[in-house]
Design a protein. Structure first.
Length: 285
């Protein structure tokens, strides 16, 4: 998820989030929920009313954005509680529920450990970090996969674990499994630039250039300074005989990464393209 500082400040001013110098796992879950609601064009005032109603009616829930699944149905914000779907805004539908059923739901939640959701997510984060550590130390791949799968069992929407599993299967050239995990990552977080980029690489590898192009472009839409996406798009356009577009992306890449080994390759390809597209002028007499 890529959020601008301007968007974060706007949410702070709208009293949807509190100011923080850094964001932990729980805060990132809340920000992801807010971003989904924003993309669904839900107004901040409506979100604020929904959160106030949920806080009032489900008092054992400390942070509805992080602990509950909020989603948009038409023009309504709804929330899932113990398998039931309720309208969140103003708490109106909560009050209109059959009182016996509503009391049953609230009593059930009250009996639960109020920290269970937080603990589950923290445990998922620990398994995810262990998967990263195992990868970095060159542990057997089955141990790495097990760590990420345990992450997903605790948090099925862990886009990071989904992408990393996709990359493991990509490197094993198991395209079907890799595509499945990359696509699941984009379901969990449609604005995850790395998931778009990795899925584009997979399609590029399989020769599906149209799909690759779409996902490289999505990666750049989300993260305009994504140097590797510029590099791969330049190669894609160059291979598709679209030299001017290739020149554009080689140039953009070199502005972002002017000194690496890959920059030398980019500079060489850019020079070749420019020489090939220059038309000799007529000599003046």
């Amino acid at each position: 998820m890529n959020l601008s500082e301007r968007q974060l400040k706007a949410w702070e001013q709208q009293r949807l989030v509190s100011h923080a110098e850094s964001y932990g796992f729980r805060e990132m879950v809340a920000l992801r929920t807010l971003e989904r609601l924003r993309r669904a064009r839900v107004k901040p005032a409506q979100i604020r009313r929904a959160l106030a109603a949920l806080t009032e009616k489900l008092r054992h829930i400390e942070d509805p954005l992080a602990q509950l699944r909020l989603y948009v149905d038409g023009k309504k914000i709804r929330v899932e509680v113990d398998g039931s779907s309720m309208e969140a805004e103003s708490g109106q539908l909560l009050l209109n529920f059959d009182q016996v059923e509503l009391n049953r739901l609230l009593e059930f939640r009250a009996r639960e450990n109020p920290n269970a959701e937080r603990d589950r997510r923290m445990e998922a984060e620990r398994w995810f970090q262990q998967g990263l550590d195992l990868e970095q130390t060159g542990a057997p791949i089955d141990q790495v996969i097990e760590a990420y799968e345990k992450t997903l069992k605790l948090d099925p929407l862990s886009a990071g674990a989904l992408v990393n599993l996709g990359t493991i299967y990509f490197n094993a050239r198991n395209w079907q499994q890799a595509e499945r995990y990359y696509r699941d990552a984009l379901i969990a977080d449609p604005e995850y630039a790395l998931a778009h980029f990795d899925l584009a690489n997979l399609y590029d590898e399989r020769g599906e250039r149209g799909k690759a192009l779409d996902h490289y472009q999505n990666a750049l839409r989300i993260a305009p300074h994504y140097a590797d996406a510029h590099y791969n798009l330049a190669l894609l356009y160059q291979g598709s005989n679209q030299p001017m577009k290739a020149v554009h992306h080689w140039t953009a890449y070199l502005k972002l990464d002017p000194a690496s080994h890959w920059a030398n390759i980019a500079r060489r390809e850019l020079t070749k393209l420019r020489q090939a597209t220059v038309l000799p002028g007529s000599r003046r007499s």
